[in-house]
Design a protein around this ligand. Structure first.
Ligand code: BG6
Length: 455
């Protein structure tokens, strides 16, 4: 995507611009994009929260300050505007769209229920040609609502103009799964269930709620991370090679993986675990119990750590467990895809079976590690484990910048297609149902630990 040259002019209209996402991720992502690429972007914010144009411009400057120099924002400030109001109101939306000087990108930084209301209100307007819709996760709250939302959106703009956001698809190391897999004979010939025993995709965070209790308590680790981000990673690990790297081929192959994916043994109670943290220390930082965090209703029994085993039921992957795990307030930051090879038979004369090979990709640090067995250093007739390591430079473009570039270019390659959003709910609904029925106990772990004992 970085090679395209024609200068694009768009108006990025952020609905719900008062929230944490805009400040923490969206505007810094935009700044990283604009500091490297010459796009003409008018930045408009709209929300219920009162804010002046001057305050909005300052926020944009500060966001640039996080990734480059605040002055780099200056050329975008004159056209930037903030409009206070109710974004679910059709007349208000008419005013907002009229304020867009270029093709609007309507960015929904809103909870699913509000997004639905806005989509209904947008039906009453004539959207300018080429209007794009960008929607933050979670996309709906279950399969039924995701389907309904897709139907609503389809009445507004064609699917190629819809960008369901998953910033993991903008992560350099997530995209690197494709290069690594398809550009190397080493990998492609062993990338199947005959050679691979198990795949783990782990995203353990040190962070707690960071003031997002109101949102998180209704999502939980499964919806916040597994049902969205980690499933997209799984799709890239498991997909067949797309004949072309475009939005149709890449997303069709990812969707094919999701359609073939189901809970291991179709037994959600046996194939999933959930837990939440109790008071503890993560590094030097004291954390209260999740149940005592602001905005949390302990009766909702929301998990802050989830683990689910899935199977991708294709000829390539049948019988290989894909274990997805993510949690908050853990003692170790782990953002890895780990591929464990099947063991080779014992080698006569070498004193035992070698440990199986492994491949590890670290999504955040850029490290790629091959765990191999070689002859022992002291005694050549023994075996010894070695790690070959390379670290990839992740580049300067932030994941949100990468995803935004697709939206500005009008290329949905890195966004989630309608059917993929629905499949991801279909895959996890049996687990959510089992959890609601209490078939899987809500375990506990101390904040700062590595999770419940025995996981
Ligand atoms: C977000 C989740 O989508 O992804 C957060 O809502 C999570 O809870 C974050 O912390 C993880 O991504 P990153 O890029 O911040 O490591």
């Amino acid at each position: 995507m970085t090679k395209r040259r024609a200068k694009k002019s768009v108006s990025l209209l952020i609905l719900g611009a008062g929230g944490d996402l805009t400040k923490r991720l969206l505007l810094p992502g935009l700044a990283s994009l604009l500091s490297a690429h010459d796009y003409d972007v008018q930045v408009l914010g709209a929300a219920r929260e009162e804010r002046t144009d001057a305050e909005w411009r300052q926020l944009i400057r500060d966001s640039f300050g996080q990734v480059t120099e605040p002055e780099d924002a200056d050329r975008y400030l004159e056209s930037a505007r903030y409009i206070t109001g109710d974004v679910t109101d059709a007349e208000q939306l008419r005013t907002l769209i009229a304020a867009c000087e270029h093709t609007p990108i309507i960015y929904f930084a809103l909870p699913p229920a509000v997004t639905t209301q806005v989509c209904a209100a947008l039906r009453q307007l004539d959207l300018p040609d080429g209007t794009r819709l960008a929607l933050e996760k979670p996309f709906g709250t279950d399969l039924k609502s995701a389907r309904a939302l897709n139907r609503q959106i389809a009445l507004l703009v064609p699917e190629e103009q819809v960008f369901r956001i998953d910033h993991f698809l903008g992560m350099s190391m997530v995209l690197n799964i494709l290069g690594l897999r398809f550009a190397n004979q080493f990998f492609e010939s062993v990338w199947n269930g005959r050679r691979i025993e198990r795949v783990e995709i782990v995203y353990d965070e040190l962070l707690g709620l960071e003031g997002r209790g109101g949102y998180y308590d209704h999502a939980g680790a499964l919806v916040d991370m597994l049902q969205s981000h980690l499933l997209e990673v799984l799709a890239l690990v498991a997909m067949e090679q797309p004949p072309r790297l475009n939005e149709v081929e890449l997303r069709s192959n990812a969707a094919q993986v999701l359609r073939a994916t189901h809970v291991w043994d179709d037994d959600p109670a046996a194939s999933s675990r959930r837990a939440r943290y109790t008071a503890g220390k993560v590094g030097e930082r004291s954390m209260p119990s999740y149940a005592d965090e602001p905005g949390v209703d302990p009766a909702l029994q929301t998990e802050t750590l989830a683990r689910v085993t899935l199977e991708v039921n294709t000829a390539r992957w049948q019988g290989v467990p894909f274990v997805l795990r993510s949690g908050k307030a853990l003692g170790k930051y782990v953002t890895q895809v780990r591929v464990h090879m099947r063991p080779v038979p014992e080698i006569p004369g070498f004193g035992g079976a070698p440990a199986p090979d492994s491949i590890m990709l670290d999504l955040k640090s850029g490290a790629v590690e091959l765990g191999l067995t070689m002859n022992g250093s002291g005694d050549p007739f023994t075996l010894e484990r070695s790690i070959l390591q390379a670290t990839k430079d992740l580049g300067d473009l932030l994941p949100y910048g990468q995803v935004l570039q697709g939206i500005v270019e009008g290329d949905p390659l890195l966004s989630v297609r309608a059917d993929m959003a629905e499949e991801s709910w279909r895959i996890f609904e049996p687990v959510l149902r089992a959890w609601r029925k209490g078939e899987v106990p809500l375990e506990e772990y101390t904040a700062g630990s590595l999770g419940p004992k025995g996981w």
